[in-house]
Design a protein around this ligand. Structure first.
Ligand code: HEC
Ligand code: HEC
Length: 315
């Protein structure tokens, strides 16, 4: 048997082998892609980065991204995903930045390359529904005795606040330069603190969601936040405004504050909606404010946590 004959004799076996293994590789690739790109896998990305704007009656261009049904319904302009064809899908083009404005509108940061690939695979793979097990992220409540961290409050801030308070939100630049789309930005000191770790009553953020400081937040409310969400945010601040890993925010001593609220006592102690203010001869007091008056307070957090008023002005 010469070499040619031997190879020829082996050919059918080789072909069979190739066919078997190729099919195996293909089907496992397809299965892998299907398993990874059902709607279940991308719903959490939409919930975290898109649904804050793309939901309800005011959804931009009528496009809701809060359920598979609504994603498939598309916008006033038509379908945003074309099964099997990511390049022709407006949703994919928007997250890649091929169509402008790029999504999420709040970016940068935009979606990560892995998140974009997952969504592309979902479209390429035929818009597989999955089990429907993935629910839009509901704020996870801390268990009894567990510390409240950013993980517990982030879903509230992302869904109700970040559509404006982001690098490029619905109002353009973030209002008052204040972003609420990351822990670092939420607790940032910058020009002043809006979250005073350990002291919810001295936190303008709490005053705004309670409506003690005006305009009340969220700016597009009502509806405002549910009482249980407000209590959770207060608890988070009281426990030190911890990050997602549980590390408390830096101590606020020396930070500047700008607070709004109603004076409810100026006799022995000055109080802003129950928050004691330390007032002395150096405090500048404008327009003769008295109990019941709505005021703006410029203050500094002292080392012992006291809120020292530098200026109190009737509004
Ligand atoms: C801050 C609010 C906001 C966020 C967050 C946001 N969008 Fe948008 N989106 C808009 C606005 C406003 C438009 C309309 C812009 C335009 O095209 O004029 C829009 C338009 C779109 C369109 C175009 C629809 C069409 O038919 O042309 C798609 C697709 C889209 N968004 C997908 C997304 C996705 C996916 C995400 C999350 C990754 C996201 N958006 C996050 C506000 C937002
Ligand atoms: C629809 C847009 C929009 C949404 C949503 C929104 N805000 Fe605002 N926010 C604004 C605007 C506009 C201002 C400036 C208002 C003013 O004082 O004139 C502002 C101001 C603030 C301030 C004052 C900042 C400072 O420097 O004193 C805080 C704190 C705040 N918002 C927190 C929130 C929180 C918390 C949420 C979510 C529960 C929220 N906002 C949702 C638009 C928005």
């Amino acid at each position: 048997m010469n070499v040619h004959e031997r190879v020829a004799g082996a050919m059918p076996r080789l072909r069979r082998l190739a066919a078997c293994c190729l099919a195996g590789a293909l089907s496992s690739a397809i299965l892998g892609a299907y398993a990874a790109t059902a709607f279940d896998a991308i719903a959490p990305i939409f919930a975290q980065r898109c649904v804050m704007c793309h939901n309800g009656d005011a959804a931009p261009l009528g496009l809701r991204l809060d359920s598979l049904e609504n994603v498939l319904k598309g916008s006033q302009k038509g379908a945003v995903v074309k099964s099997g064809d990511p390049d022709a899908s407006e949703l994919v083009r928007r997250i890649r930045g091929q169509s402008q404005p790029r999504m999420p509108l709040t970016g940068p940061p935009f979606l990560g390359a892995d998140e974009i690939a997952l969504i592309e695979n979902w479209v390429a793979g035929g818009l597989v529904a999955g089990t429907g097990a993935a629910k839009p992220s509901q704020p996870d409540r801390p268990k009894a005795g567990e510390a409240v961290t950013y993980l517990h409050v982030a879903p509230i801030l992302l869904q109700r606040c970040a559509k404006c308070h982001a690098a490029n939100g619905l109002k353009g630049a973030p209002p008052e330069g204040y972003r609420l789309d990351t822990w670092e930005e939420t607790i940032a000191r910058a020009d002043r603190l809006r979250v005073v770790p350990g002291n919810p009553a001295a936190s303008e953020l709490v005053r705004r969601i309670r409506g003690q400081a005006l305009p009340r937040m969220p700016f597009d409310g009502p509806p405002y936040l549910a009482e249980e969400d407000i209590l959770l945010i207060e608890q988070w601040i009281r426990q030190g405004a911890r990050d997602a890993q549980g590390k408390p925010a830096p101590a606020p001593a020396g930070a500047s504050l700008r607070l709004h609220g109603t004076l409810n006592n100026i006799n022995n102690t000055w109080e802003l909606d129950g928050l004691p203010l330390s007032v002395d001869a150096a405090t500048r007091i404008d327009k003769r404010p008295g109990p019941g008056d709505y005021v703006e307070v410029r203050a500094t957090v002292q080392r012992d946590g006291a809120v020292r008023a530098n200026r109190i002005r009737r509004r």
